[in-house]
Design a protein around this ligand. Structure first.
Ligand code: TXA
Ligand code: MG
Length: 329
C-alpha cells in the first residue's frame, strides 16, 4: 500500500476557466481530487462533498488540526432544498441573497448524501450558492455538492488570487481555476437557524444590516460557539469511550486502527487496516456512529479506541476523539 504522501502529491496546474478546463475540473472532483476555484468572496478548495475520502484529503491538504464543519456549495436553491430544511426566514434570505456571499446553516435532511466528515458529524449543514460565474459554471458542470473551505493552509490568510492558492497549496491541489481576483476578498456571512432563532455565526461579505432588514434582528453566536469544534450540538456518541486502548475489556466494542488488532471485542470496526490516516479520517464519524448504535442496541457496553498516531490528520482525529470522550456537561 503506497504511503499517503506519494498518493496525494499533485502537479498543481493553474488554468483560466474555459469549457475544457471546467469539464476537467468537474472530472477531477468526481475522481475525489481537489480543485481550487474562485468565488465572489475568496478562492475555495473544493472536494466532492459526498465523498468522505475526498473530504479527508481536503482537511489533510489544509493541515487542519480539527475537523471544522465545511461549507457545502451548490448550483441552485433547488439543490440546497434537497439537502436541508428551510424555514420561512431561511427561505426569505435565500430568495433575497442567493446566489451570493451568504451561508445558511440549516437542519440537514436525512438520509443525506453529504459525507459526515464534511459536516463534522453535526445534524446541520452549511449551504451556499456562490455568485461568481466560474464557481457557478463549475457546480453546474459537476452536478453535485462541493465542500469548499478557503484555499489556504490552516492558519494562513485566505487567498483572493489564484497565485495565492498556488503559493500555499502547491502539490496538494490538482487544478486551480484562475478567475482573477475575488470581488469581495472576505468570506461569506454565516447565519445559523439550527436552534430556531437566526444567529450571526460569522460576519462576512454580506453586511448584517442587509440581513436584519430582511428578517429582523439576528441573535449573537453566543456561548463561545465561534470555535466550531465547541458547538453544543456537536455530535458525540452516547456510549462511553476509552481512548488509547491496546487491549479489549469485557463488553467493549472496538474502534481499531492498523493491522495489529486485539481480539475479544463484541464488535470491531477498523478505521484503516493499513494505517492510513486519510482513510481513517474518512471513516471516523461513520464508524463512531455505527459503534454507538451497537451500544444503544445492547450489543456492547462501551467503545474502546486504539491509539492513533499524532502526525498528519492524526492530530484532527485525536482532537475529535478527545471531544467525543470528554465528560458530557
Ligand atoms: O466565503 C466563504 O464562505 C468561503 C468560500 C470558499 O465559499 N468558504 C469558507 O468556508 O469560508 P470554510 O469552510 O472555511 O468556513 C466554514 C465555517 C466553519 O468554520 C464554521 O464556522 C461554519 O462555516 N460552519 C460550517 N458548517 C457549520 C455548521 N453545520 N454549524 C455551524 N457552523 C458551521
Ligand atoms: Mg478559512
Amino acid at each position: 500500500m503506497p504511503r499517503l504522501e506519494t498518493v496525494h502529491e499533485e502537479e498543481t496546474r493553474l488554468a483560466p476557466p474555459s469549457a475544457g478546463t471546467l469539464g476537467e475540473a468537474a472530472r477531477l472532483l468526481a475522481e475525489g481530487r481537489l480543485v481550487a476555484f474562485p468565488t465572489e468572496t475568496v478562492y475555495g478548495l473544493g472536494a466532492d462533498a459526498r465523498n468522505a475520502l475526498a473530504v479527508a484529503r481536503l482537511y489533510e491538504a489544509k493541515g487542519r488540526p480539527r475537523f471544522n464543519p465545511l461549507i457545502v456549495h451548490v448550483a441552485s436553491r433547488g439543490e440546497a432544498e434537497e439537502l436541508a430544511a428551510f424555514d420561512a426566514r431561511a427561505s426569505r434570505l435565500a430568495d433575497m441573497f442567493w446566489p451570493g456571499p451568504l451561508t445558511l446553516v440549516l437542519p440537514r435532511r436525512e438520509p443525506s448524501p453529504i459525507a459526515e466528515l464534511a459536516t463534522a458529524g453535526l445534524a446541520t449543514v452549511a449551504l451556499r450558492v456562490p455568485a461568481s460565474t466560474v464557481a457557478g459554471a463549475l457546480l453546474v458542470e459537476f452536478g453535485g455538492p462541493v465542500a469548499a473551505p478557503s484555499a489556504n493552509p490552516s492558519g494562513a490568510l485566505s487567498p483572493t488570487r489564484a497565485e495565492h492558492v498556488r503559493e500555499g497549496l502547491f502539490g496538494k491541489v490538482a487544478l486551480i481555476l484562475d478567475g482573477g481576483p475575488c470581488e469581495a476578498g472576505i468570506e461569506s456571512t454565516i447565519v445559523g437557524f439550527a436552534r430556531g432563532e437566526p444567529r450571526l455565526l460569522r460576519p462576512g461579505a454580506l453586511p448584517r444590516a442587509a440581513i436584519e432588514a430582511a428578517i429582523g434582528p439576528l441573535g449573537a453566536a453566543g456561548g463561545g460557539i465561534s470555535a466550531p469544534g465547541q458547538l453544543e450540538s456537536h455530535y458525540a456518541p452516547r456510549a462511553p469511550l476509552r481512548l488509547g486502548a491496546r487491549d479489549v475489556r469485557p463488553g467493549e466494542a472496538l474502534l481499531a486502527f492498523g493491522h495489529e488488532v486485539p481480539e475479544g471485542a463484541a464488535l470491531t470496526l477498523n478505521l484503516s487496516d493499513h494505517g492510513d490516516l486519510v482513510d481513517a479520517a474518512a471513516s471516523l464519524f461513520g464508524h463512531l456512529r455505527a459503534l454507538d448504535a451497537a451500544v444503544a442496541a445492547g450489543r456492547a457496553r462501551s467503545i474502546a479506541v486504539m491509539p492513533i498516531p499524532e502526525d498528519g490528520l492524526g492530530e484532527a482525529i485525536n482532537d475529535r476523539l478527545a471531544r467525543a470522550a470528554a465528560p458530557r456537561s
